[in-house]
Design a protein around this ligand. Structure first.
Ligand SMILES: O=P(O)(O)OC[C@H]1O[C@](O)(CO)[C@@H](O)[C@@H]1O
Length: 244
């Protein structure tokens, strides 16, 4: 794993933005894997600027998002479809039909998982997957205990994850109990992975990710087995790893 240490959240976002910008400039039909959560918001702001300044275009870009809550409509402000439209897609020249996010409001979840996998197979593989890191080691919504060979599936969210994400809802009771997520094996098929992490509250999780045992009890640890992973982390997030 390649670890890039930066000073703070802004530098983390900028570094990731530079990497994606140079990739987009040199690739004809890029396929990006995108993430939600607070961590990639700065990256998305920077990408919007680059596109609006004419430095890059998303016209030929296809995207796949990691996950979506079950039961929220795409126009619900807490859905990840809404998040992506609001934070990125509505401000750039991407074709919305080329953006893929699991549909959390369908009644047949298994069919939705199959459709998502089929689209990934047809249009993928993902060239660069952006990841955030959950406090309990989740990537996408793959909670501790998720088999490493999992494909896109429906998960029951950990109480700790619902608690962490309740900051976006008016109360924890409104946080959905289930989500649909790319599986770990699905994520590992990406050609390259860039994991972004910022803040001291993630320091223990980063240490486990980098130096801990590879175990399904800490899903992100599987990234130690991927051949092309870059972790862009700020000093606070790396504060428990002495030698970086
Ligand atoms: O970036 P945040 O908000 O800390 O979230 C970390 C991770 O948790 C999730 O928001 C899911 O709980 C992921 O989408 C994200 O990668």
């Amino acid at each position: 794993m390649n670890i890039v240490k930066v000073a703070n959240y802004e530098s983390m976002s900028l570094k990731a933005c530079e990497k994606l910008t140079s990739f987009l400039k040199t690739t004809d039909n890029p396929v990006l894997g995108l993430a939600t959560g607070s961590t990639p918001e700065g990256l998305y702001r920077c990408l919007i600027e680059k596109q609006q300044q004419g430095e890059i275009s998303f016209n030929n870009t296809t995207t796949f998002n990691l996950d979506e809550y079950v039961g929220l409509k795409g126009n619900d402000p807490n859905s990840y479809r809404y998040f992506m439209n609001d934070k990125l897609f509505d401000h750039i020249d991407i074709q919305l039909e080329n953006t893929h996010i699991p549909n959390g409001e369908t009644s047949d979840m298994n069919a939705e998982c199959e459709t998502f996998e089929k689209e990934l197979k047809e249009k993928g593989p993902v060239d660069i997957q952006i990841l955030g890191l959950g406090l309990n080691g989740h990537i996408g919504f793959n909670e501790p205990g998720t088999p490493f060979n999992s494909r896109t599936h429906v998960v029951e969210l950990d109480e700790s994850t619902r608690q962490a994400n309740s900051r976006f809802f008016s109360s924890i009771d409104e946080v959905p109990k289930h989500a649909i997520t790319m599986g770990i094996d699905t994520i590992m098929e990406s050609k390259e992975i860039i994991l972004l992490v910022s803040g001291e509250n993630k320091a223990e999780a980063v240490k486990k990710l980098v130096q801990g045992e590879v175990t399904e009890e800490f899903p992100a640890s599987i990234l130690q087995k991927h051949s092309n992973v870059t972790i862009i982390a700020d000093e606070a997030a790396l504060s428990q790893i002495k030698e970086v």
